[in-house]
Ligand binder design. Structure first.
Ligand SMILES: *Cc1c(COP(=O)(O)O)cnc(C)c1O
Length: 445
């Protein structure tokens, strides 16, 4: 049955054939709907609850990670205008790009240096809080100073518990660092894509790192199995976790404040376009969900994937979501963009957001490396390859035929008024020698 559906989808879509040929494509979602017409299982209140939890934990975060003291224990990244990079893009693509281009620097989030510092850290904190409450360690929890989570009593309590996760690298880094800091036993199941330095870093913190020759889905399965056999082991399920999702969604509340502070107003006539690199879909999905709660139809969200790992693009395009993986379409899921090397998308995200995502596009490894070097030269911002996927969103919207169609369809006529945000998702923890290799490779692309 599934085989037939796959064959049928390929037969009926020229664009899907281009995806299978590993071409860079831009897909406009025909199922895109107005925000008010979409029913969602989660609400703004859920995001606010997550945000308040992070505020409760702020004093603990300051204690545990003193480098966060300057921000009062709130882990947040800068939003910066990148006019020089916009000029670079104009020259590379030979097109004038109206509107303003900004970068959201999650690459430089404290503690774990990637977008995973949002969802991953949030979920571990939530789990720690849940355990503490059920153990009776937090009487009258709302009034307790959460610095207590740094106490030896809490540390000992958590040492009897374990946290496990499957990852291509960055989620493992974020979960492992946070879990180990609280005192948990931590177990990270790494796919073949995971970079050696990420494994080394985790091992140096006492995290149990398991390595697999296979891809992300297999690493997740292994983590899930481990947790099933141990009642004291909590599995962070990147494919299905609501907590991760909500941790990411909090980014939207923070972004709104930053846009307000920068005097960038978002409205029907001044729309916001956001381009999010996508792996399994949890991080971009959570952020998209949060942004829709705040800005509704005035925000337009696009997911960006490697040409070799377009799992969300294919899942949405075919409507087959997590029933299919890229290998079903003859695509190998091999990319240097390790943060995005996922062959099967999250079912939770695909089905929840199928009407709210404006579109998807793909980017080759060569493009990501080239833009990595250009961004370093023009703005002195160093990112890992995955994080560059968002950068071509503005180019697609302005120059691709379906991008222009999208604008027309949405009644957006004044392109000067658009604020484009490329979400930069990782990079600050990459060791210098490896970053130099990336940069040098990018100069040749
Ligand atoms: C994980 C990751 C993403 C995408 O997040 P998903 O939840 O897997 O979709 C993007 N960029 C980087 C650098 C990442 O590590």
């Amino acid at each position: 049955m599934l085989k037939l559906k796959i064959a049928d989808a390929i037969q009926n879509s020229h664009l899907l054939k281009n995806v299978m040929d590993l071409e860079e494509i831009f897909w406009r979602n025909p199922e895109y709907k107005s925000f008010l017409d979409v029913k969602l299982p989660l609400s703004r209140e859920d995001i606010d609850d997550a945000s308040r939890r992070l505020e409760r934990f702020a004093p603990y975060i300051v204690r545990a990670f003193p480098e966060t003291a300057v921000d009062g224990g709130i882990i947040e990244s800068r939003l910066v205008r990148v006019d020089s990079m916009k000029k670079e893009l104009e020259s590379i693509y030979g097109a004038v790009l109206p509107g303003q281009l900004l970068i959201k620097c999650d690459s430089h989030l404290k503690i774990s240096g990637s977008i995973k510092a949002r969802g991953g850290i949030y979920e571990v904190l939530k789990h720690a809080e849940d355990l503490a409450i059920s153990e009776g360690l937090l009487p009258g929890e709302k009034d307790v100073n959460y610095e207590i989570f740094a106490s030896s009593e809490f540390n000992e309590f958590y040492s009897e518990h374990e946290v496990a996760v499957g990852s291509t690298g960055n989620l493992g880094l974020s979960i492992g660092i946070m879990a180990a800091k609280l005192g948990f036993k931590a177990s990270v199941h790494m796919s073949a894509d995971a970079k050696q330095w990420k494994k080394d870093k985790l091992r140096s913190l006492g995290v149990n790192v398991h390595e697999y020759m296979s891809d992300y889905s297999a690493a997740v399965e292994a983590g899930r199995k481990e947790a099933e056999n141990n009642p004291k082991c909590y599995f962070v399920d990147d494919e299905n976790s609501t907590n991760l999702f909500l941790g990411y969604a909090v980014a939207a509340l923070r972004l709104k404040n930053q846009l307000d502070d920068m005097g960038i107003k978002v409205s029907g006539t001044h729309p916001l376009f956001v381009y999010l690199p996508c792996g399994v879909g949890g991080a971009p999905g959570g952020i998209a969900f949060g942004l829709k709660q705040i800005y509704g139809d005035d925000v337009h969200v696009f997911f960006a994937e490697p040409t070799h790992s377009p799992c969300m693009t294919i899942g949405l395009m075919t409507g087959l979501h997590n029933q299919v993986c890229v290998q079903d379409f003859g695509i190998d899921n091999v990319t240097e963009a390790d943060g995005l090397a996922v062959g099967r998308a999250s079912g939770l995200v695909g089905s929840m957001l199928q009407n709210l995502i404006s579109g998807c596009y793909t980017v080759s490894d060569g493009t990501m490396f080239k833009l990595l070097a250009k961004l370093a030269d023009s703005e002195n911002i160093m990112l890992e390859p995955s994080a560059l996927a968002g950068m071509t969103g503005i180019v697609n919207i302005i120059t691709a035929e379906s991008g222009r169609e999208y604008l027309l369809n949405q009644g957006i006529t004044n392109k000067e008024n658009i604020a484009h945000i490329a979400w930069a998702t990782g990079g600050s923890m990459v060791p210098d020698d490896i970053m130099r290799e990336y940069y040098n490779k990018g100069l040749k692309c």
